[in-house]
Design a protein around this ligand. Structure first.
Ligand code: UDX
Length: 411
């Protein structure tokens, strides 16, 4: 049995009454098979687990941990003010769980925790009769189930290699490369992977800017680079900068880790700065195309930080939207799934993509939803006041390029 400790961990924290009620509500929804996030296939999987009775959700730790041999902690590690990962949720959840352990269990931490967290957690729980395994996850939002069932690697770090192997065995890992290592190496693998991917994207976004100035085509440049197997063709799609709940937080945390051990990472810091410049540059390009943004009505397609998710945390689309608003524009946004967060009350959310473009002075495409590829230039353009389209994700189909009076940039 896998103990579902994470949500329990939240309940044990010093939280507001409202937050606690909302978590109780979520648990009750999950007990009914209702999943509070948009993730392909998840609802069906939860339903299947509930029907087979090999998945259950509880409001008390004693029920959750009953007979558990392995207890997975998956609580968030948000970024604190100095860029470091905030370990308070993990520590609190680990201590709550420890007080219910019988002895002999394995505590598995899936949360992305900074270097040295294992030692802090082990000291905090003070349970020498319990094994500790660091087991970072590499799931991408939107394809999380696919990634879970088709892992490219498993990473398990522990001072007890038998406990680490036992955790890897839970995944039925036939043929999956497995790294059994120390807790510090396991902790760093996650940060190093995410930061490397982020800097690959910062690099390709810089190349996209160079291409625009040099009259070169980033699509051909990226394709040419990607065919070199040492570079690889993945993570070479330019866009409005990288975002989400992991890259921004993990890159900053790695910079903080690197500084704390006296080996500062200049490259990761540069990738973060380069990413902010992408947001600025996109809005400058768009603004110069429209002759300024003051008083302009702007259609935005895409609010989520990437396609196939309703997550808007650290969304590059919102970074761009807030700059458009600061420059005096009015935003009408459409997203197939994501909701504009309440911190953006000035943004009008429309229920169709075409509604967003009515009377627009310009359209900017910020998330690579596959359905945007199906949208027709012939239907959208006559609704607009001016035919300025900035396809930052390169997702619109080729028919847009054939529209004679359209100014199409960014691809
Ligand atoms: C990431 C890691 O990929 C995953 O292994 C880890 O577990 C969590 O963090 P996720 O945040 O879900 O996953 O998103 P990911 O698909 O990696 O995309 C991150 C950002 O990069 C998004 O803003 C996305 O739009 C952008 N991106 C990705 C590009 O701009 N171009 C690309 O070619 C790929």
């Amino acid at each position: 049995m896998l103990g579902f400790a994470p949500l329990q961990g939240f309940l044990g924290l010093d939280m507001s009454l409202n937050a606690s009620i909302s978590i109780r509500g979520k648990i009750r929804d999950l007990q009914q098979g209702q999943v509070p996030i948009h993730e392909e296939g998840l609802e069906a999987l939860v339903e299947e687990g509930l029907t087979r009775a090999n998945l259950s959700f509880h409001l008390t730790l004693s029920e959750t941990l009953l007979d558990a041999e392995f207890i997975f902690l998956c609580v968030p590690t948000p970024q604190s003010e100095d860029g470091r990962a905030d370990l308070s949720y993990v520590l609190q959840a680990a201590c709550n769980v420890a007080s219910f352990m019988r002895g002999g269990e394995t505590l598995v931490v899936k949360s992305t925790v900074p270097l040295g967290a294992a030692r802090l957690i082990i000291e905090a729980i003070n349970r020498p009769d319990v094994d500790y395994v660091s087991n970072p996850e590499f799931l991408r939002e939107g394809t999380a189930l696919w990634d879970f069932f088709n892992p490219e690697r498993l990473v398990v770090g522990s001072s007890n290699s038998k406990a680490a192997e036992a955790v890897a065995d839970l995944y039925g890992r036939v043929g999956v490369p497995t790294i059994v290592t120390s807790t510090s190496s396991a902790e760093l693998i996650k940060y190093a992977s995410n930061s490397f991917l982020a800097l690959k994207l910062s690099f390709v976004n810089e190349m996209a800017s160079i291409c625009e100035e040099a009259d070169a085509d980033i699509r051909d440049v990226a394709k040419g680079m990607g065919l070199d197997s040492r570079i690889g063709d993945k993570f070479l799609r330019p866009g409005p900068g990288w975002g989400g709940s992991c890259f921004p937080k993990d890159t900053k945390a790695l910079v903080a880790i690197s500084e704390s051990v006296g080996a500062p990472s200049l490259i990761v810091r540069a990738a973060i700065e380069s990413n902010t410049l992408v947001f600025d540059r996109i809005v400058e390009r768009f603004s110069s195309q429209l002759g300024g943004l003051t008083g302009k009505r702007i259609a935005v397609w895409g609010i989520a930080f990437k396609a196939n998710t309703d997550d808007t945390r650290e969304s590059p689309a919102l970074a761009v939207v807030s700059r458009i608003i600061s420059a005096g524009g009015t935003v009408y946004a459409y997203d197939p799934v994501a909701k504009v967060p309440s911190e953006y009350p000035e943004v009008f959310q429309t229920s169709t993509a075409y509604d967003a473009v009515v009377d627009a002075d310009g359209l900017i495409v910020l998330t690579e939803w596959p359905e945007f590829h199906l949208l027709s230039a012939k239907d959208a353009l006559p609704l607009m006041k001016a035919r300025n389209v900035f396809d930052v994700r390169g997702i619109l189909n080729a028919t847009w390029e054939t529209q004679s009076d359209l100014i199409l940039v960014g691809r």
